[in-house]
Design a protein around this ligand. Sequence first.
Ligand code: FAD
Length: 303
Amino acid sequence: MSDAMHSSPARPASAMYRPRTVGEAVDMLAGARESGTEVVLLSGGTDLVPALRSGERRADAVVALRRVQELRVRGAGADSLTVGAGVTYTDLVGWSLSPGLARTARVVGSVQIRNTGTVGGALGSARPAGDLLTFLTAADAEVLTASPSGPARLPLARFLAGGPAPGAVVTAVRLARPGGPQTYLKIGGRQAAFPAVVSCAVLVDRLRRSLTCAIGGVGRLPARMEEAESAAAGDIDWATGTASPAAARRFADLVTAAAARIAPALPVGPRESAEYRWHAAGVLAGRAFTRCLLPAATPDEPT
Ligand SMILES: Cc1cc2nc3c(=O)[nH]c(=O)nc-3n(C[C@H](O)[C@H](O)[C@H](O)COP(=O)(O)OP(=O)(O)OC[C@H]3O[C@@H](n4cnc5c(N)ncnc54)[C@H](O)[C@@H]3O)c2cc1C
């Protein structure tokens, strides 16, 4: 994608920097900013290149991160998983250590988008119903950044509320290792070809006896469904990791009600009214709960 940008952008960036390390990227970004140059970071370019072409974004210089190998790393510690900002959706599709991330990556875009779109780009764009953002919100993920003032770590919700700090490069996200079934569901214009209209992630942690749920596409950012989460924790039989169909219905109703309390912040169309989004949130949540917790369902189990 980044090479294509040179062929016919509406307003070409005059300088292209290609760092090989995160340190170089931070220095190049800082140097360009200090000289008053309007500079942007480029990962896969699936969001940025169309925005530059249409004139929605402008830049005098681009720092292209594709050659920074340390951003392409993903790994597992005793309790956590770390996913580098340069990891693509395709890299995540078959990742057995995180079935929820793998499932989320599988329903993103087309194969071309999955091959080029990255974790760092998803965080940089912060689309309201970005698939990864919804999953990472339910996962209580942290965002790792590097800037001239050094490395930093902050909760995803805080990162999304403030947007990427000027001069900071997202280096990775960190999330807990799965402790039970987890799944991700979305409703879009065409499944797996467009960003979601409404999305839902449910993660069950049998060790911590918790269920977390996030809904994307209702507010400006994905929202946690705390009341439904607490009710679910009381409804689940933690010895078996199962729940009843009545618990699934209650969960769905609580999610619909919570979604309706979120101030509508997104443009609405005839097929995407606020009421439709609230209803869809509950339907997806009920299905996700069922997949994870009803004995006959087939959840995305960690291996
Ligand atoms: C046809 C199409 C279909 C799509 N379908 C989906 C979909 O189904 N689901 C979905 O969630 N998204 C979808 N997207 C959106 C897009 O693919 C994702 O948001 C993708 O993750 C962006 O990653 P990228 O590497 O291409 O980012 P880029 O376009 O390179 O960058 C996006 C933004 O992030 C910033 N950025 C990039 N890397 C970093 C970094 N390391 N640190 C800080 N800022 C950074 C850039 O400066 C830019 O502002 C779709 C896009 C298209 C064009």
